[in-house]
Design a protein around this ligand. Structure first.
Ligand code: UTP
Length: 231
């Protein structure tokens, strides 16, 4: 069984499915996670991305409640966990755990443990943060579709600046300011609950581009990487 300090990875749904070379990327990501999962205890959460947002938008227009919309989103994140888990194979292909406690228990005999969301009201980044705090992870790596934390959305603002280092207090402030009303499917900079949990536990959060696998591996290993570091 993998030994040493646990590491947690949160992969955005928008990294998993982009419409470009998805099969090839998923295979390479699964190979990386299988390999690293043997070296140290690893937990991976998978986001729902565009698919979750499409279901949530449709269901919202049909009048489903916010909790029901969150539950739809959770099911899509679990779909992605099953997809990645099946590719990694072995014990990682078992049905994804549905609670933080179950994921922590599984880490005793499975690595990587791959799961989606747990309960309504937060995101898979939040789930990753709660697990990281619970297992005393050495770091949480957030694999996103941009190469770090920016002062503004870099896809909308070409002059956005990357912030390579930020302390927890400043980050929590930025996260709080970026949080809207917290409705289902809303895109956050990072889950507010998750930011609180990580800050309290003083677990560093590393933000990297999820499709650059050599760099993602460096971040997961705690080596020098290109991206942002909070804490
Ligand atoms: P995601 O974790 O994918 O959120 O969950 P996201 O911010 O859209 O992340 P990306 O785009 O994949 O990076 C999708 C939706 O599922 C519900 C929420 O409505 C969330 O917006 N969800 C997810 C929960 O309610 N609880 C969870 O634990 C996870």
């Amino acid at each position: 069984m993998a030994e040493g300090a646990p590491v947690v990875l949160s992969v955005g749904g928008s990294v998993l499915l982009t419409g470009e070379n998805d099969a090839e990327f998923l295979r390479a990501l699964a190979d990386l996670l299988r390999r690293l999962g043997r070296e140290f205890p690893l937990v991976v959460t998978t986001g729902g991305g565009r698919t979750a947002r499409e279901y949530i938008a449709l269901a919202r227009s049909l009048g489903l409640t916010e909790v029901e919309l969150d539950e739809l989103g959770i099911d899509v994140t679990r779909l992605h966990a099953r997809l990645l888990g099946g590719l990694v194979g072995g014990a990682s292909a078992a049905p994804p755990p549905t609670t933080v406690a179950a994921a922590v228990r599984e880490l005793g005999h499975v690595s990587p443990v791959i799961l989606g969301g747990t309960e309504p009201g937060h995101t898979t980044d939040g789930v990753a943060a709660l697990i990281a705090a619970r297992v005393r992870a050495v770091r949480l790596v957030n694999a996103t579709r941009v190469d770090g934390l920016y002062d503004r959305d870099p896809r909308r603002h070409p002059d956005a600046r990357r912030i390579d280092r930020m302390g927890w207090d400043a980050f929590r402030r930025v996260v709080r300011e970026s949080v809207g009303e917290g409705s289902a499917g809303q895109e956050f900079l990072f889950d507010a609950l998750g930011a609180e949990a990580l800050g309290r536990a003083a677990i560093p959060l590393l933000v990297v581009h999820g499709r650059r696998l050599a760099n993602l591996e460096a971040a997961l290993r705690g080596a020098i990487f290109d991206g942002s570091r909070i804490g």
